[in-house]
Design a protein around this ligand. Sequence first.
Ligand code: ADP
Ligand code: MG
Length: 258
Amino acid sequence: MTDSKDTPVIEIRDLHKAYGQLEVLKGVDLVAPRGHVVSLIGSSGSGKSTLLRCCNLLEDSQQGSIRFEGEDVLWKGTGLARHPADRMQVTRIRTNLSMVFQQFNLWAHLTILQNVMEAPVTVLKRDPKEVEEKARHYLAKVGIGDKADNWPAQLSGGQQQRAAIARALCMEPRALLFDEPTSALDPELEQEVVRVIKALADEGRTMLLVTHDMKLAADCSDHVIFLHQGKIEEQGAPAELFGNPKTERLRGFLSATA
Ligand code: ADP
Ligand code: MG
């Protein structure tokens, strides 16, 4: 691992991923420099979630390389993390690349505060008192400081997703991975989550953002990648990509989502 400021947080080269005979990623490159937001757009089934899942080692892959802050973290073939040293690396990577899912996956039997504290206390073995202070801080940051002692079922979808973001932040990760964080929400609740994501982008966090919300991608990304059937069809700065799409496929995609 190097500690150069210029080392990208995430660097993916020529990534190939198949599920059995189904080739899902066919040679994808992606670089997320520190402090940048890289958005992934594309039709359903184009491989966006798979790409995120490969980054934090929820999936293995067959070819190519994935680096996290210069450290090679790619697994080839099956049998993720059989060796104890590998398991430690997996924990470290997942801690540092914290994922927020479309379905917020809060534990129903834990309060909001307990949900946010759970991983830092049980996985990272941090001091519960200190974690509680941080958890309250992040809950306040996403605007639900008053919900700490509620159960997930007592919150709206937008509040639950903000709790899930606070939970990801409480790991104090090096980067956040968002997989369609607003698509399970009613339109009127989307905006409260969009505001939180934009605020995180503004404070210079490194993020990979899979989204169907082109306005969000346009507003907060440094770089946008359009995936089509497991390949990068087009990519660039948001103004360029959205303002002047070059390929027929991207033009078609953007007019269908507008
Ligand atoms: P996206 O997030 O862009 O909608 P995904 O990455 O979820 O796309 O899926 C890409 C392709 O991989 C789809 O054809 C999907 O059906 C397939 N796929 C995803 N996960 C699995 C899995 N666990 N097993 C088999 N096929 C999968
Ligand atoms: Mg997906």
